[in-house]
Ligand binder design. Structure first.
Ligand SMILES: [Zn+2]
Length: 215
C-alpha cells in the first residue's frame, strides 16, 4: 500500500470548516487545521483529532463516505462519545423514550438520568413537574423552597403523542412568587429528545444558579 506524505496547515481565522472525525462521531466541531496529503486529498481536523486525521491521510485515496468512516475507525477513532454530557444526553433520551406513558413520565425519566429528583403536581387541574432548586429536598420540602415548574401548556400528564408545546421552566421563590422563566426546551425535536434537552438545560441551570436561590 502506498503511504502518502502529509503536511498540516492552519486555517486562517476567517475560514470555517467542520472537523471530519467529529462529523463521523455525530458532532459538529470547528476544525483548526487542514491535513493535506501527496495523494492530493485534504481533510479538516480539530485539535484533538489531528493525530487520527494524519494517520488516515497517509493512506486515503478517496472521499467515499464508507471508506472514510472505516479508515477513521481503523485508525483508532472511537465511536464512544468522550464528552460526559453527550453520553448523559443520549442515556436520557433513551430513558425518556421508554419512560412513558405520559409526557411527564418521559420528562421525569430524563431528569432522573441527570440526578434531578422530580415530582408530579396536580394543582386544581393544572399538572406540571416540580423540581426543587435544592436537590436534596423530599416531596414535602420541594413545595416550600425555591422551585422550578416544568410545564407544557396546562397539562404534563397527557399521553406522549398529545404533547404539543416544548417544555418550559418557570422559577418560583420559596413564598410562591414568580421569578423568571430560565429556559424552554428546543422546539421541533422528537419528544424523547426534547425531554433530554429540557433535563440537560435544567442540569446546567442548576449548576450555574442554584447557589443564588438558597432555601
Ligand atoms: Zn474533531
Amino acid at each position: 500500500m502506498i503511504t502518502f506524505t502529509i503536511h498540516v496547515r492552519g486555517f486562517p481565522s476567517w475560514f470555517t470548516m467542520p472537523c471530519v472525525a467529529c462529523e463521523i462521531l455525530g458532532r459538529t466541531t470547528q476544525a483548526a487545521t487542514s491535513v493535506e496529503a501527496s495523494s492530493g486529498l485534504g481533510l479538516a481536523a480539530c485539535e484533538p483529532h489531528l493525530e487520527v486525521t494524519e494517520k488516515v491521510m497517509t493512506k486515503l485515496t478517496t472521499y467515499d463516505d464508507a471508506v472514510l468512516r472505516s479508515a477513521f475507525i481503523s485508525a483508532g477513532l472511537t465511536g464512544e462519545p468522550k464528552d460526559g454530557l453527550t453520553r448523559l444526553f443520549q442515556t436520557a433520551t433513551k430513558a425518556a423514550a421508554s419512560g412513558g406513558p405520559t409526557e411527564g413520565d418521559m420528562l421525569r425519566a430524563a431528569l432522573a438520568v441527570f440526578g434531578i429528583p422530580s415530582f408530579f403536581v396536580n394543582d386544581r387541574g393544572v399538572t406540571y413537574v416540580l423540581v426543587a432548586v435544592d436537590r436534596t429536598a423530599d416531596e414535602g420540602d420541594a413545595h416550600t423552597g425555591p422551585r422550578v415548574f416544568l410545564h407544557s401548556g396546562e397539562d404534563a400528564m397527557r399521553p406522549a403523542d398529545q404533547h404539543t408545546q416544548p417544555w418550559t421552566a418557570s422559577l418560583y421563590a420559596a413564598d410562591g412568587s414568580y421569578i423568571d422563566e430560565p429556559f424552554s426546551a428546543r422546539p421541533g425535536l422528537p419528544l424523547a429528545e426534547e425531554c433530554a434537552n429540557a433535563a440537560l438545560n435544567l442540569a446546567c441551570w442548576l449548576l450555574m444558579h442554584a447557589d443564588c436561590y438558597p432555601r
